[in-house]
Design a protein around this ligand. Structure first.
Ligand code: SF4
Length: 355
């Protein structure tokens, strides 16, 4: 019987299993937990890939500083504001401004000013989620005060040794600082999200099980996690991986279901990376317990330069077309798209009430 208090061994067993009966039980349980607590509702979060400039050098990421094989950009403020307005007009409820990590005053001020302007032109109706890496407490606070209410900072792995294997071993890429930043975000009352990379070279099912328990212990409000997708211009590309692409996809889908059962009231995003391995990947994740989907709003000419990994989907799909496809597929599942709603995490609402 799969229940909320899964132990590590039980999680490893599920992650390693091909037993169709067990996997059907997992999927059914995850979906029924989601349906019972959060309803048959799917929330939209439009992604704006604000900049592909990054000061870091993570070994798995195409945007790493040392990858000199593509052009860097920072979107013009006017374009970001147009995209925010478009999201508001299309009733998306929330947007995610995502960027490589920069800590310069120029960058942090730009984000601050954008937040202020977005709130103004949308009458504070559009919620902004930021995913702009680790920042100082002052910067997090300044952005919060300017209107950012949610923040996503993925930990990628909860094992410090593995963390050191997929990041340079230096002060800029510190595991402890990453955790500290997540704690600061929670303290500042951000709706706080994190996530993991599933199936990268050197990882095992046991590591992923530990990650899922770690995410639960962090008491997060939202999680975004997806399969590791290799990028040929990164150091991790040639590392031996025990997980095939198909296995990574299955692990990610199982991890979503397991986490939904362990953390019933959080928001779980259906990650874009799932579509790399299966054209229906993001929809399958919704059937397995995810409740947030993220249409990409970045204009085509910039989308093509935001290559976190190879084969990124959706670079030629226009928003209207995508929303139509989404509505049709979601309604076949008996779910509905919640336009005009922010999709605030139920877990966050409870956490704030308890403060
Ligand atoms: S994962 Fe994030 S911080 Fe690391 S190189 Fe990529 S964009 Fe930069």
């Amino acid at each position: 019987m799969i229940c909320e208090k899964l132990k590590k061994d039980e999680i490893v067993n599920i992650l390693s299993s091909d037993d169709k009966v067990l996997l059907k039980e997992l999927k059914d349980k995850a979906y029924s937990v989601k349906k019972e607590l959060l309803g048959q509702n799917i929330y939209l979060r439009g992604i704006i890939e604000y900049s592909n400039v990054c000061s870091k050098n993570c070994y798995y990421c195409g945007l790493r500083k040392d990858n000199l094989n593509f052009k860097r950009y920072i979107l013009d403020d006017d374009l970001v504001l147009d995209l925010a307005k478009l999201s508001h007009d299309k009733n998306l409820g929330s947007i995610l401004i995502q960027s490589g990590e920069l800590k310069s005053k120029e960058f942090t001020n730009k984000i601050y000013n954008l937040l202020k302007k977005i709130n103004k032109i949308t009458n504070e109706k559009l919620h902004v989620v930021l995913s702009c890496g680790e920042q100082s407490e002052d910067t997090f606070k300044k952005w919060f005060d300017a209107g950012a209410k949610r923040y996503l900072l993925r930990i990628e792995t909860s094992d410090e040794n593995l963390y050191k294997k997929i990041h340079p071993n230096d002060k800029t890429h510190s595991f402890k600082e990453r955790i500290k930043s997540i704690e600061i975000l929670k303290k500042l009352n951000y709706q706080t999200g994190s996530g993991i990379l599933i199936g990268f070279p050197g990882e095992t099912e046991s590591d992923i099980a530990k990650d899922l328990l770690f995410l639960k212990n962090l008491d997060l409000d939202m999680v975004g996690m997806g399969p590791y997708v290799e990028h040929d211009m990164t150091p991790l590309f040639n590392e031996k991986n025990k997980f095939s692409r198909a296995k990574r996809f299955n692990l990610a889908i199982k991890a979503i279901s397991i986490l939904r059962i362990m953390m019933p009231d959080i928001n779980i995003a259906s990650s874009t990376a799932l579509d790399v391995f299966n054209p229906n990947g993001r929809f399958l994740a919704l059937e397995h317990g995810a409740n947030v989907i993220m249409p990409n709003l970045t204009p085509l000419k910039f989308k093509e330069k935001y290559f976190l990994y190879d084969g990124k989907p959706g670079v030629d799909t226009m928003l209207d077309d995508y929303l139509k496809i989404l509505e049709d597929k979601v309604s076949l599942m008996g779910e509905k798209i919640c336009y005009k709603e922010h999709g605030t995490s139920l877990h966050f609402k409870k956490r704030i009430r308890e403060c």
